[in-house]
Design a protein around this ligand. Structure first.
Ligand code: MTE
Ligand code: MO
Length: 435
């Protein structure tokens, strides 16, 4: 702790006063520290203010030996409620079709734990034996190549942290009435992961592009045979053949053993269980890109091939379904990301967008990656509407809901990056609202 942070002490005469969310550190002590205070400094002070004798009577778990560590670690048994939300579109006829949403309301950093990564499957997660899986690169190439997973694992790799977001994320916030469901069920088709893999340009270079090679057809080995067309420009830019997720092999739900990763581009194009890349002279117009992922506009036209995910943010604490346990200090916090590059700024409004103030950005501010924003706030107990607005390094600003709705047709379902609003009632309850 720095000497300056020692100034803050816990109010009250009992030096071992228990600091809980219901019995917080005095609000004047918080305010004195100013907006720049980091929550880490506060908790550090709390720790320092409790005398050593508070720890003298041993807790039950100090009196028995602990359990031996298991072969694969699991979260605390007290965190069992932090799970993905499973939605099965056709539970009877095709149980593998659906989405499994990340509980973003429970996240506090920037990385999505692998077991809580969102999943969007068009026909379930295949069980693939890596010894039998192959990746084929063919079409307009000088040398068609077939790779085993073992062969791929011998290539030089890169490690990058990127978000992936389904184009349908936040589609539930296009319902006629705001739904009272958690932030994760509303906006949880987003995850942020450290991916390790091979630059796709390396493999394409090895295959050798023929003249006219302008697109790729990427095809998955699942029973949905998910396939999408990818412009060569992206393939030669930052596209990756991902093999690892947060340091271990890809999870089956994320495409084990091989996935195409296209940083910042709509989730659907990141073909999992990748089995084939065919180099072509134009887009293939596969079933997956003609039946879906088109964005109808107000003027009767439609956007096709909307690849880049728009600049976006969402407040995760507090968020719908939560309840603030009293007025006073509360940290407003959330996630922001952009498919165009780095997040430069996140502003927070507590009055429904009338006034905005800058939030602090935490974590590495990487390109096409989630940043965490935090905003210290003193709630005076009056109803409030909380919003966040992100700006990226290209100057793209997250649109207001009304602006987004004015652009897209009423039946548009994808790419909803508009500002989301939480209404805080006088009783501390937090509701999803359209503002
Ligand atoms: N082979 C295959 N790839 C796929 C899909 C699929 O169903 N099959 N779903 C796509 C969709 S719609 C999205 S949003 C992302 C989701 O990636 P995740 O499940 O790893 O989060 O994968 C994409 N890649
Ligand atoms: Mo998706």
């Amino acid at each position: 702790m720095t000497s300056s942070s020692r100034r803050y002490t816990i109010p009250g005469s009992d030096p071992a006063r228990l600091v809980t969310s219901a019995n917080p550190v005095g609000r004047r002590d918080f305010l004195r520290t100013g907006a720049a205070i980091a929550s880490a400094a506060v908790s550090g002070v709390v720790g320092a203010a409790v005398p050593a004798r508070a720890a003298e009577s041993a807790a039950p778990w100090q009196k028995v030996p602990g359990t031996p560590a298991g072969a694969y670690g699991q979260p605390s048994e007290f965190e069992k409620s932090v799970t993905r939300h499973v939605i099965r579109a056709y539970p009877e006829i095709a149980p593998g079709v659906g989405s499994t949403l990340s509980p973003i309301q429970s996240f506090h950093g920037t990385i999505t734990p692998s077991g809580l990564h969102f999943v969007r499957n068009h026909n379930g997660t295949p069980s693939i034996d890596p010894a039998q899986h192959r990746l084929l690169i063919h079409g307009l190439v000088k040398r068609p190549l077939m790779f085993t997973v073992a062969a791929l694992s011998r290539y030089p790799t890169i490690t990058r942290t990127y978000f992936i977001e389904c184009a349908g994320n936040s589609g539930r916030n296009l319902a006629p009435q705001p739904q009272q469901i958690s932030a994760g069920v509303l906006h949880g088709l987003i995850s942020n992961t450290e991916w390790t893999g091979i630059p796709l340009s390396l493999l394409l270079e090895e295959a050798g592009l023929e003249p006219g090679a302008a697109w790729l057809l990427a095809e998955g080995a699942d029973s949905a045979s998910m396939s999408r067309s990818v412009p060569m420009e992206k393939a030669l830019d930052d596209a990756m053949i991902a093999l690892y997720q947060n340091g271990e092999r890809l999870r089956p739900d994320q495409g084990y053993p091989v996935r195409l990763f296209l940083p910042g581009w709509e989730g659907n194009m990141n073909v999992k269980w990748l089995r084939r890349l065919k180099v072509t002279d134009g887009p293939t117009h596969t079933k997956d890109e003609t039946s879906k992922y088109t964005d109808p506009l107000r003027d009767g036209k439609a956007l096709q091939f909307t690849y880049e995910m728009g600049v976006k943010s969402v407040i995760t604490q507090p968020s719908s379904g939560m309840k603030l346990d009293g007025y006073g200090f509360h940290e407003i916090s959330g996630m922001a990301w952009s498919g165009a590059g780095r997040i430069r700024r996140v502003e927070v409004s507590t009055d429904g967008g009338t006034t905005w103030k800058d939030a602090a950005l935490h974590g590495q501010q990487l390109s096409k990656s989630v940043v965490r924003f935090r905003f210290p706030w003193e709630w005076n107990g009056a109803p409030a509407v909380l919003q966040s607005r992100a700006t990226d390094e290209k100057g793209n600003v997250q649109p207001a809901r009304a602006v987004w709705l004015a652009r897209y047709a009423v039946d548009a379902r994808f790419h909803n990056n508009s500002i989301a609003s939480w209404e805080l009632g006088a009783d501390g309850s937090v509701k999803n609202v359209y503002a």
